[in-house]
Design a protein around this ligand. Structure first.
Ligand code: PEP
Length: 248
């Protein structure tokens, strides 16, 4: 059985003090959580949030990582730098990074391998645009991402994949339970074929895209869905806690 994992992506919201306030509000609400709980925070919030997370089982995550170990990459942060601060998870290849910061399948792959080498758990985002879905290209697009983004990985039990249809992110338009389940089922099947013998069966696949306190139960009841990557709803403690407690 794969343990569910709910991760919040705070994006560029919350200063460090606001982040601490949010964590302090979330902590008592998720005490009895049976799933893994992660908050992926802005890099500069990491030290303060790490301190605030003490005494809870909530794990600390980042939102990006550079692929080089060190060097002349102004403004970037390496996997070892994150690791030293107690970061355990890192989101890689979020569609906003692909759209606004020139992230490509090649850099997603390099960042993923660098994160794994440092002992971080990458949460690798893949997904199709609205035009691609409406044009019947979803499986083709996902297959290309699967081939390129995950090349060279030896043990897939050490990564998490987030299936995030771009048209559902921050739009309030969620994939239906069936759509999400079917597409995640396709991803798992395709990855098992492409990376046979590399523990793909143990890899968790989250759904991400306007998941909230109301729709989380239906999505999480689907057999293929192992968790959620949550944007907007992760910024409000009661909403995030309701998703974490989807099984209660
Ligand atoms: C995200 O950005 O990963 C996301 C799923 O955002 P939202 O939940 O706001 O759609």
């Amino acid at each position: 059985m794969r343990k569910p994992i709910i991760a919040g992506n705070w994006k560029m919201n919350n200063t460090a003090s606001e982040g601490v306030e949010l964590v302090n509000a979330i902590k008592p609400l998720v005490k009895g959580a049976k799933c893994d709980v992660v908050v992926c925070v802005p890099a500069i919030d990491i030290p303060a949030v790490k301190k605030a997370l003490r005494g809870s089982k909530i794990k600390l995550g980042a939102q990006n990582v550079h692929f080089a170990e060190k060097g002349a990459y102004t403004g970037e942060i390496s996997a070892n730098m994150l690791k030293e601060y107690g970061v355990q998870y890192v989101i890689i290849g979020h569609s906003e990074r692909r759209q606004y910061f020139g992230e490509t399948d090649e850099t997603v792959n390099k960042r993923t391998l660098a994160a794994l080498a440092a002992g971080l758990t990458p949460i690798v985002c893949i997904g199709e645009s609205l035009e691609e879905r409406e044009g019947g290209l979803t499986e083709k697009v996902l297959s290309a991402q699967i081939e390129k983004d995950f090349a060279g990985i030896e043990d897939f039990s050490k990564i998490v994949v987030a299936y995030e249809p771009i048209w559902a992110i921050g739009t309030g338009r969620t994939a239906t339970d069936e759509q999400a389940n079917e597409t995640i089922g396709f991803i798992r099947k395709r990855m098992k074929k492409a990376y046979a013998g590399k523990n793909v069966g143990k890899m968790r696949i989250q759904y991400g895209g306007s998941m909230n306190a109301k729709n989380c139960k239906g999505l999480m009841a689907q057999p293929e869905i192992d968790g959620g990557l949550i944007g907007g709803a992760s910024l409000k403690a009661p909403d995030f806690a309701a998703i974490v407690n989807f099984d209660k």
